[in-house]
Design a binder for this molecule. Sequence first.
Ligand code: PLP
Ligand SMILES: N[C@@H](CCOP(=O)(O)O)C(=O)O
Length: 489
Amino acid sequence: MLKYNSTRSNITAMPSEAILKGISSDGGLFVPEDFPKIEVESLNGKSYEEICFQVLSRYFHEFDQGDLKDMISQSYGKFNTKEVTPLAAFGDLNFLELYHGPTLAFKDVALSILPHLLTASAKIQDVDDEIVILTATSGDTGKAALEGFANVKGTSIVVFFPNDGVSMIQRKQMTTQSGENVHVIAIEGNFDDAQRGVKEIFSDEDYNKLLKKNGFVLSSANSINIGRLVPQIVYYFDSYIKSVESGKIKMNDPVNFTVPTGNFGNILAGYYAKNMGLPINKLICASNDNNVLFDFFKTGEYDKNRPFIKTISPSMDILVSSNFERLLYHVSNFDSDFVKKAMDDLSSLGKYKVSDEIKNTISENFYGNYCDEKDTLKTIKNVYDKYGYVIDPHTAVGCKVYEDYKLETGDNTYNIILSTASPYKFTKSVYEAIFGPSELDDYTLIEKLSESTGLSLPNELIAMCTSEDLHKKVCDSHKMKESITEILL
Ligand SMILES: Cc1ncc(COP(=O)(O)O)c(C=O)c1O
Ligand SMILES: N[C@@H](CCOP(=O)(O)O)C(=O)O
């Protein structure tokens, strides 16, 4: 029976407990004590949903297996393509389109199923308190979580986003969200402030006791929750199988994945897939100007003492990549003392350094680089001019870093770029990258982008632009707990 360990102490949890808690009481993240294995050949000919079952059932064995199959089919029926995450290929650029869910970003893949996993976990744990989902977002997780949890019985959701740190469309997606149980709050601060605030609330024992006394328990919709991370492993296996089926590679050939990275959850899911048996050669970690990870890969020092830069790939504007903690735990052979010390140093000094051994183990699996604003815009234009294909700024960061990787290493292994958001979420940046400066705003440019490029337009988006804002609250990033108290108590 697979259990989960905290990265910071010897606390362990069953899957349902880890999902329900979201984060361990010592501040650590839950990680599987072992990686379950999958014979890749056994997935040949299987659909996305079938592969999803093969992955999830290995991590979440407490759920009734029939129930798990039902949860999966209810979750992925909402995607606008039967393939769930299709691959689009142009020359050696293979884009794994992860944005066909209801909110147009890769977060939908995990957040469509997380509400089911959470409510099933509450049943197993015999918890009948209201589950309050605390979410920090740099733009995409927030909307996907709101969509997933809106009106889900027994839950409520509070989303904190940086007031001045998301795109116009991302903001509108969140502020127009309806639902009895949803709360959306802008904070005066950046994503790191929002995430730190949420983690502090999780670790505040007295506050959690007070909430419990009033019938509430906290959980998380961010990738710090293992229930968010595991469903993201699925598309690594699925895209591999699709690549075999289309004749791009042969079964068991090695493959690289390039992942636009911020909180390190998406790429970590790739590392989990590799450890489960997927023949991944390199995981290529693509950052924007907030290139703290690039510097780590070069020096072995994680140092967040630097300016927080606002970019046109705002969902990746992150200096504290939470899931890196999980990677440190795995590559240090589950050394929770080492991880705790590193995380303590990160919060007190803003930095930590790892040994050469750990740095080298990480470099065997990962390559890191970054793409600045100019190259992001140039890449969107180049890809459109060459292939008539429109990509969003996050995907463009991935695309440029992949090109740099090939030049630097000469490695031509088959590569899949994770395409993490629909271009429409960043309409103005994408339109201007391709067609030059425009006076018009994002809302007006949506239709123009569609007409000029032929990119199919999700109809709900047009209606959303003229919908009323239902959430207008702004709070100081140090007053997040007070905001929750106001809502709940
Ligand atoms: C569009 C987009 N791309 C990339 C990322 C980075 O993913 P991760 O935080 O899992 O590294 C995010 C946010 O997480 C995102 O919303
Ligand atoms: N880019 C994310 C940041 C939070 O990441 P998560 O994967 O930990 O939820 C966002 O869009 O909110």
